[in-house]
Every structure is written in structure tokens, then in C-alpha cells.
Ligand binder design. Sequence first.
Ligand SMILES: Nc1ncnc2c1ncn2[C@@H]1O[C@H](COP(=O)(O)OP(=O)(O)O)[C@@H](O)[C@H]1O
Ligand SMILES: [Mg+2]
Length: 257
Amino acid sequence: MLQFDNVSKSFGGVNAVDQCTFTIPSASITGLIGPNGAGKTTAFNIIAGHLFADTGRIVFDGQDVTRLPAWRRQHMGLSRTFQLPHEFSRMSVLDNLIVAAENRDGEHILNAIFRPGRGRTREQEARAMATRTLEFLEIGSLRDELAGNISGGQKKLLELGRALMQRPKLILLDEIGAGVNRTLLGKIADKILELNASEGYTFCLIEHDLDYVSRLCSQVNVMVQGRLLTTGTVADVRNDERVIDVYFGGGKYQEHA
Ligand SMILES: Nc1ncnc2c1ncn2[C@@H]1O[C@H](COP(=O)(O)OP(=O)(O)O)[C@@H](O)[C@H]1O
Ligand SMILES: [Mg+2]
């Protein structure tokens, strides 16, 4: 589904992503793990088109998207959630989803004014889909709440819902589990597994909790200091001396990576 091919990105003197290569297989749930500052979020930003790579190539669904803007990638089916939720806090939960669908179609809000018939149908469609999405995520009861008033965990579900509204092929989840209570965390995992199994959605997720990652991910890519350290199952990488060192040790490999 995605090739992240020899990509580098620096900010001033910091090589946030440094000749990094990994893949996200189609229909997989793949993890992207590594210590803080490893370059994971920067990699997601480059995949989504919110940042451009200095060098290297991004191939999504068979197409080179390296130079395409984020909205073009979105229309091709590439969707992401943010480490800090990006909800519109003064809008209802339902409207937050509807707006996410508008982004998908590249549909301008002016269409609703100048081409009212068309706009209305589209809005009805988006509304129906938003309602279904909220039901699926089991937050239907929150539909009329202001998004700013729901809990942090519920905002994470809303982020997932907003991503789903774009009918994506690949969803990038940046620490969707961070700061979420156990119960909700389990529910988010169930939904991800269900979407993967029944709809064939591909996921790539950044997460720190390795138990959580091992429940979801068939394969993980481990990043350290902007580079790919290794790839494997969670069990594989957990037993990898270099990974243990980076996470728990003195950082021998981190210094020399
Ligand atoms: N916009 C930016 N400007 C300058 N430095 C940045 C920026 N974004 C990230 N960095 C730096 O790049 C490195 C990787 O950051 P990040 O991708 O956020 O890591 P991770 O998500 O793995 O914790 C860090 O050293 C961070 O400080
Ligand atoms: Mg990050």
C-alpha cells in the first residue's frame, strides 16, 4: 500500500528523518514504533503530505505521491489522525464528521449556496454516513454534543471517525491510544481490527504501549534517530538487543545509529 523509500527530512541541523526506508503492506495493520524524537510523526507528516521530503520517494497505492499536496493524497484514500486531536470544538460531533467528508470530495462549501440541489444531496449523504460512523464507533449518543465538551478518549474516537469519513484505503493513526483509559483503548483496538478484517482498511499506527501494538500489528517498523532500525513482529523486535537497548538501556545503539 505504501513505500517510504530512502526518505530524509531535516529541520535546520536536525535530521528528523534520515535515509529511512519501510513499507506498509496492503490490508495490514503495521506499527511504527521508536523512542521519543525518533522521527515517527515527521514520517507520518511526510506520508500524508503535510511536509515534503528533502530527498527520497513516497509511493502510495502504486503511485508516486512524493510531490503531491496533502489534499490530493487524501482524495486518493490516504487519511491520518493527529497526535493531538484536531476537532472543531464549537461544532457538534456530527458536524465534525460531515465537514471531514466535505474535505474528501474537495467540495467547496459555496456549492451549497450556488448549487443548492447538489449540495443538499451531498449533505444528506454525508449526514447519513456520519450517523452510521458514530453508531459504528458507539458514540451515537454524543452526536449533538459540542466536540470541545467530550472526553479526551472520545475525541480520539472522533478523530478515527473523521478519518473514516474520507473513505480511506490507508489510515495513519498517531498515538490514538495515548491518554485514553483502558476500556476505551480496548474499544478502539476492536474497531481497528474490525475495520481491517471486514473492510480491508490498511492501518499504520504509532503507539508506545507494546502490548497494545502486539495485539493489533502483524508487523512493526522500529525507528531510531530518523532511521529504520529493524522490522519484524512485535515478539521479534522485543527480543532484539538493539531495540531493548534503545528503549531500556543506555542508548548505545541510539548514539551510534
Ligand atoms: N517542525 C519542526 N521543527 C524543528 N524540529 C522538528 C520539527 N518537527 C520535529 N522536529 C524534530 O525532529 C525530531 C523528530 O521528531 P518527531 O518526528 O516528532 O519524533 P517522534 O514522533 O518519533 O517523537 C525531533 O528531534 C524533533 O525535535
Ligand atoms: Mg510523535
